[in-house]
Each structure stands twice: as C-alpha cells, then as structure tokens.
Design a binder for this molecule. Structure first.
Ligand code: C5P
Length: 201
C-alpha cells in the first residue's frame, strides 16, 4: 500500500511538529524536504555551486545541527529559487513519496508540484507574528543571541521569497485542507491534522 500525505506551509507554522506526529500516528515514513534545500544551501555557504551541490546531494548531507541555523535557512531559500536546483531534487522526493507503507512529506510545493496526486494534502499556516514568536523562543532555547524583531524580519523575508518565486511558489493546493495553528496548541493542531487525513482514508 502506498499513501502519500503532503504537508505544506510557511516557516515555523508547525509543519515539522505536525508531520512527525502524523507519521508516527499512521506508522508512515517522514521526509522533511526543507532539509534538502538546507543541505544545498549549507554547501553553497562553503563555496559550492548550487546546481552541482543539488545534483551531488547524499543522504548523509541531511544530518547535522548546522542545517537548523538561520544562516543556512536563508541560504536554503536562496538556492530554492533556482529551477535546476529544484529539478535535481524531484526524483528523490517522488521516490520517497511512493514507498510502500505510506509517506509524509513536508515542504512548500509537495501538494502542488512534487506529489499533486497525494491522497491527503494539508496546508499549515499561522500569522507571521505567531511564527516569529515560536522561532524566537526556539532559537533562544538553543542559546542563540537574537531579537524578536530580527526573527520576524527573517520570517517575513523568507515568506516573500517563497511565495513570489516563479518556480513552485509557496501556495496551498486547490484540494488542500487549511489548518491555521495561530490559536491552536500542539495537541490540537495534531488532532486537526489527523482528523483531516482520516477523512481521506
Ligand atoms: O522548511 P524549511 O524552513 O526547512 O525550508 C528552508 C527553505 O527551503 C524554505 O524557506 C524554502 O525556500 C525552501 N524549501 C522549498 N521547497 C520545499 C521545502 C523547502 O523551496 N519543499
């Protein structure tokens, strides 16, 4: 049996947490596709050419704390506008989506471009302020010295780049279920996601 769950949305909307929980709930494999772009972004910070870095990407490149830094997130959103970079990452994502036993992929263009045939699609969002507040807390907990205003500016800049690029812009698929997590706790958001997916099973 293969069943694909596509979860898209902007940065820090709760996609990652929801995707992990949904994958655990259904016993499916999970791919955080942002890591692919982050890994390419990290390589470019080390001087690599983006398309060559995307073509040479290896599973081991998807590990490491550095991938979670704001610097790498910014580099990721810059390489993500390059059509050849996106094209180089398509096959890996589609193969993952079709694996036996079911798969959850989260990202920006899973329901629209990578897996338009996904059995269940969610678009997880929250206001920019709520997302910046969550990201700010996360970074502070990791000991990073930053301000709320700087994080909010980063969130807004990344949203703009992701929504306005020509290739695979961030937007909900026509048949996606919208989940706004602004006023939801983690457990409520997960419950809403599981309910929406069960309605498609
Ligand atoms: O989700 P995450 O914050 O890790 O993604 C980092 C960046 O990678 C995003 O800002 C976006 O530009 C890019 N991305 C993308 N398509 C995806 C996943 C991530 O363009 N499917």
């Amino acid at each position: 049996m293969s069943f694909t769950i596509a979860i898209d949305g902007p940065a820090a909307a709760g996609k990652g947490t929801i995707s992990k929980a949904v994958a655990a709930h259904f016993g499916f494999a999970h791919l955080d596709t942002g890591l692919l772009y982050r890994a390419v972004g990290a390589k470019t910070l080390d001087g690599a050419e983006p398309v060559a870095a995307a073509l040479a990407l290896m599973p081991k490149d998807l590990d490491g704390d550095r991938l979670r830094t704001p610097q790498v997130a910014e580099a990721a959103s810059k390489v993500a506008v390059i059509p050849e970079v996106r094209a180089a990452l398509v096959d890996f994502q589609r193969a993952f989506a079709r694996r036996q036993g079911g798969a959850v992929l989260d990202g920006r263009d899973i329901g629209t471009v990578i897996c338009p045939e996904a059995e269940a699609k969610l678009f997880v969002t929250a206001s920019a302020e709520v997302r910046a507040e969550r990201r700010y807390k996360e970074l502070r907990e990791k000991g990073l010295d930053t301000s709320f205003d700087a994080v909010l500016a980063d969130v807004i800049a990344r949203d703009e780049r992701d929504m306005n690029r020509a290739e695979a812009p961030l937007k909900p698929a026509a048949d996606a279920v919208l989940i706004d997590t602004s006023a939801l706790g983690i457990e409520q958001a997960i419950a809403a996601a599981v309910q929406a997916i069960n309605a498609k099973r």
